[in-house]
Design a protein around this ligand. Structure first.
Ligand code: URA
Length: 216
């Protein structure tokens, strides 16, 4: 059995504690975690970026070299592409989305995290989702999709679809990982970048609907 590394003292924070206050407690625990071997290679844990008050969350795979060095998710080449993709539908990565990863420490040689590492880190992610309470979750790549939804089919078959999650009313959509998109130049119809554009337009639409509903 995997022991929860968080041991959540968040519940003992005052009721007035903000989402950020609660997340800071969990981030501190992640920074000290040694539940799997990934901690031995980290410069620092990489917890999150963006706005925990946003209705949109993005979950990636795990930190790479630049993230390990900076402590911020998605700042390397793939991250810069992600920032541009989000901006193309008017989503600012600092204010309109909360960004994190399945595992908080860098896997060596940028390999995907193994199931044991994902399982040992999962309670941090579950705490993040529980605190942020996103309405919509984007799962960037197959690792995030498998970790959160347990879907093992190819991401090409399911990307762009909303799935129910065990997290309240939150819906989750698998999307291509930006590092996969870096391998393709073309934006022609039916190429990976074109599919990403379709998915982002869908995300923009649900966010606009959410805004209209809350302004009504
Ligand atoms: N890839 C990820 O999945 N996460 C990051 O933070 C950076 C690259």
């Amino acid at each position: 059995m995997v022991v929860s590394p968080t041991n959540a003292p968040v519940d003992s924070l005052p009721e007035t504690a903000s989402k950020q206050d609660c997340l800071d407690v969990i981030a501190q625990q992640a920074a000290q975690c040694s539940q799997c071997d990934l901690h031995t290679g980290r410069t620092q844990s990489v917890f999150s970026d963006g706005n925990p008050e946003a209705p949109l969350m993005l979950i990636g795979e795990g930190p790479g070299q630049h993230e390990d060095e900076s402590g911020i998710p998605f700042v390397g080449r793939a991250g810069q592409l992600l920032t541009q993709i989000l901006a193309s539908v008017d989503i600012d990565r600092k204010t309109d989305i909360y960004i994190c990863n399945i595992v908080k420490c860098r896997p060596p040689q940028n390999r995907a995290p193994v199931p044991e590492e994902m399982a040992r880190c999962f309670s941090f992610l579950e705490e993040q989702i529980r605190i942020v309470q996103p309405k919509y979750i984007l799962l960037a790549g197959a690792t995030a999709m498998k970790g959160v939804l347990g879907i093992k089919t190819g991401i090409t078959k399911v990307r762009g679809q909303w799935f129910d999650t065990p997290y309240g009313n939150a819906k989750a959509m698998p999307i291509f990982h930006p590092s996969y998109l870096l391998r393709y130049g073309s934006k022609e119809k039916f190429t990976p970048k074109w599919f990403m554009w379709q998915d982002m337009k869908e995300v923009r639409q649900v966010l606009d609907e959410l805004n209209s509903a809350s302004n009504a």
